[in-house]
Design a protein. Structure first.
Length: 151
């Protein structure tokens, strides 16, 4: 572990996390985690498991997810960042913006990320993504007429 990791606050780790996402660098992202870290996806998300167990799974999982990713992320904005009662925890409500590669359409996603950081490394992450929004923006959902307001 480097000296910069031991000094890194949860908010500093969160900033590095967002930089790794922007770069789609699975290695940079995985290097932020403790060897035995857990990364959970509490909301069901297609093509993602419920969790990754350990840094190695996080690295492999994100390499696969970002290999042919359909979205080019151009910006991550921290809408609100909260400190928890536990000083090791940071909660980020963030907005992800970019473009859909296939269409050039704008892409926008809100997410909630809860990181627990010890000795400069993430030990536990809870990653809440809006799967329905993602699928809709990528063309994975069919628009259905509103039966209540149909003519």
């Amino acid at each position: 572990m480097s000296a910069s990791q031991t000094q890194a606050s949860p908010r500093a780790v969160l900033r590095r996390y967002h930089r790794a996402m922007l770069a789609k660098s699975a290695d940079d992202l995985a290097d932020l985690y403790a060897i035995d870290a857990v990364h959970e996806f509490p909301f069901a998300f297609p093509a993602f498991p419920e969790r990754y167990l350990g840094r190695a799974e996080i690295r492999v999982g994100y390499r696969a997810a970002w290999q042919d990713h359909p979205v080019d992320i151009t910006e991550i904005t921290e809408v609100v960042t909260y400190s928890a009662e536990d000083p090791a925890v940071v909660i980020a409500d963030h907005a992800i913006s970019g473009t859909v590669r296939a269409t050039g359409a704008p892409f926008n996603l809100r997410g909630l990320l809860i990181l627990e950081v010890h000795d400069g490394l993430i030990t536990h992450a809870r990653d809440y993504m809006d799967a329905l929004s993602v699928m809709g923006q990528l063309g994975g959902l069919v628009d259905r007429p509103d039966p209540v307001h149909a003519d």
